[in-house]
Design a protein around this ligand. Structure first.
Ligand code: ZN
Length: 255
């Protein structure tokens, strides 16, 4: 789809590209790869600018941009890789990931109805990229939209706040959960499929997921035996610093 380029859009793309490249270079310098950091920041800035992703009108949006191109640059880069693979696949097979502007523009994230997912029916968030927003049937229902705004968006912010620690912590927990499931399976017999056991320990008990499900007022998660996950809700769902909350600029805004 081609649309006429608004001069404001052009400024936004240029600003996001230059800002992303400078911040990325700064972050890259710490890791001794200034050029790589600048390139990641530049490309992500261009894509986000063209898609009008960041909400420049409030602190939350500006902080999101700054964090995505510095502290959270590693996960931003990972999201960019996912976008790149999706783009290549579209070129080869014609299958579009289905970019969803209504859940992305000025909302500091890039949401796709389809795209690469780890598991059918489950949305996945890597950096600023959310894939699989639509359900198994490909329909973006109100429930699925809430999954994006109240669960997947929490993962985007977890990555902004935890930066490079997020993938380390998430993946370590996952591996630990798989090990616990296998050991439990070895020492005690039960009839549950191993995949259900792994889900319990590696996925649902993962604090990042526990937190996101709680923020989506979906704890214990729908369809999961309550006794197989943490008994209580995650202690805090009001976790984004007050100044960065969505309603910070406009207290009357409905959520
Ligand atoms: Zn999740």
């Amino acid at each position: 789809m081609v649309r006429a380029v608004d001069p404001n859009d052009r400024y936004e793309v240029m600003g996001a590209a230059v800002g992303g490249a400078l911040l990325g270079a700064l972050a890259g310098r710490v890791l001794r790869s200034t050029t790589l950091g600048a390139v990641v920041g530049l490309v992500h800035g261009v894509v986000a600018g063209r898609r009008r992703v960041y909400d420049w009108s409030n602190r939350r949006g500006r902080a999101a941009f700054a964090l995505d191109h510095t502290w959270a640059l590693p996960t931003t880069a990972a999201g960019l890789v996912v976008l790149g693979l999706t783009w290549v696949r579209e070129r080869i097979t014609g299958v579009s990931p289905g970019y969803e502007p209504s859940l992305s523009e000025r909302q500091n994230r890039m949401v796709h109805r389809d795209g690469f997912v780890l598991r059918r029916g489950f949305a996945v968030t890597i950096g600023t990229v959310i894939n699989g927003a639509a359900g198994r049937d490909g329909v973006l229902t109100e429930r699925r939209r809430k999954l994006v705004t109240d669960h997947e968006d929490v993962h985007v912010w977890q990555q902004r706040l935890f930066g490079p620690l997020y993938p380390i912590a998430y993946i370590s927990w996952f591996i630990g959960g798989v090990v616990v499931s296998l050991v439990r399976r070895a020492v005690s017999r039960n009839d549950r499929p191993l995949s259900t056991e792994i889900d319990r320990y590696a996925y649902y008990r993962n604090p990042f997921e526990w937190h996101a499900y709680t923020c989506d007022t979906n704890w214990p998660p729908h369809g999961v035996e309550p006794e197989s996950v943490w008994a209580g809700r995650f202690p805090t769902s009001e976790w984004i610093p007050r100044a960065l909350r969505e309603s910070a600029g406009n207290p009357e805004a409905p959520r």
